[in-house]
Design a protein. Structure first.
Length: 183
């Protein structure tokens, strides 16, 4: 395998591919998260209006907390995805590496900023349902277990994507033009 300096055109091409991938991912997150947050907000209002006991308040608070967690995630994505105002031609390879490193670090820490804000809402909702129906723990354990498995899956997918980006960063450092782009 031969290595050569990566041309500015190749850097621009990779940068454009990264930008498209990030834009597509973020747009999907905003749409799906926005729909889910709106639904959960409506559910929390309905649940708050129909409260008769503490457990009803707990479940309604869980829905509201989930909606708030999703808004926090969306705001974090928006804040972290703003571009660095560097000139591509002036910074070239370094600019692309910085963007890739930023994305890698963001994906590595998804458990903290992506999964973390929604966990309290799930806990409150499932706790409220369990308190309302303590004789049927299976109706909390199964969805709670499935939710936990899904959140672990999300973390694993983000860690995998971070490893793929790390591979791309290494290929840029080595100037390896023959390396398959992983984005």
């Amino acid at each position: 395998m031969t290595t050569a300096a990566i041309s500015l055109d190749e850097i621009k091409k990779r940068h454009a591919a990264l930008s498209r991938t990030i834009k597509r991912r973020n747009t999907l997150e905003y749409v799906v998260g926005g729909i889910a947050a709106a639904f959960l907000l409506v559910m929390s209002v309905i649940a708050f209006l129909a409260t008769h006991a503490v457990v009803d308040w707990l479940m309604a608070a869980g829905f509201a907390t989930l909606a708030l967690g999703m808004v926090i995630v969306g705001l974090h994505i928006f804040r972290k995805s703003t571009r660095v105002g560097a000139d591509m031609e002036a910074s070239g390879m370094e600019h692309l590496k910085r963007r890739l490193e930023h994305e890698r670090d963001l994906l590595r820490s998804a458990w903290l900023w992506y999964v973390g804000p929604i966990v309290p809402g799930f806990v409150l909702s499932y706790l409220g349902y369990w308190m309302a129906n303590p004789e049927r723990p299976i109706f909390v354990l199964v969805p709670g277990g499935l939710t936990f498995a899904f959140l672990v899956f999300v973390v694993i997918l983000n860690r995998r994507a971070a490893r793929q980006i790390e591979t791309e960063i290494r290929s840029l450092r080595n100037g390896d033009l023959a390396h398959q782009q992983v984005l």
